[in-house]
Write a protein that binds this ligand. Structure first.
Ligand SMILES: [Zn+2]
Length: 188
């Protein structure tokens, strides 16, 4: 980001990919070109995340199957974490495993108790190719794990079992945004 600029101010709000869209359910490609198109993608991700009132957004959620996500997310101490990561790798998780409410802009209006580690460390790069390490705890650690899952083609529903999984998929099938015919077998 240039000095004084607000993330997303130059971005375009893009349509969100929803549950069942194949782009959400396949691994994303490594970024190799750290040029202006990547900077524009990061801006679009921020603009779309803020428009949808999210705390994190992965590139495949706007139809771009590349390894990039953005976040503007509080932790459990209400400290704000704002940034983006290119080619992120979840290198460490730790602490207790906590089941807490988790939602996703690709399943609007729904949430389910999902187990996540309380601590997460992610390494990656900025849009200009500088290496970065991001450490999160609490809700921000949950966000980092959730966004890393997206880039592997996963969604939080994949981590649910039993009645929690059945309930959120039933709610998704009934939701106004749902195209139930497109929900892949594995996520029913
Ligand atoms: Zn999500």
């Amino acid at each position: 980001m240039r000095h004084g600029s607000i993330p997303g101010a130059h971005g375009r709000v893009r349509p969100l990919s929803l549950l069942g869209d194949p782009v959400l359910h396949a691994p994303c490609a490594e970024v190799t070109d750290f040029g202006p198109e990547l900077a524009a993608l990061v801006e679009d991700l921020f603009a779309t995340m803020y428009a949808a009132r999210g705390v994190g957004l992965a590139a495949n959620q706007i139809g771009e199957p590349v390894r990039v996500f953005v976040y503007d997310c509080p932790d459990d101490e209400d400290e704000r974490h704002l940034g983006h990561l290119v080619n992120p790798r979840l290198v460490e998780t730790g602490g207790v495993v906590v089941r807490g409410p988790e939602g996703c802009l690709s399943l609007p209006g729904l949430e389910a108790g999902t187990e996540r580690h309380d601590e997460a460390v992610v390494t990656g790069f900025t849009a200009t190719g500088e290496p970065v390490t991001v450490r999160g705890t609490g809700f921000f650690a949950r966000c980092l794990q959730h966004e890393c899952d997206h880039l592997e083609g996963g969604i939080y529903v994949d981590r649910l079992t039993g009645w929690r999984r059945r309930r959120v998929l039933r709610q998704a099938a009934r939701a106004s945004w749902s195209r139930a015919a497109d929900v892949p077998e594995g996520t029913r």
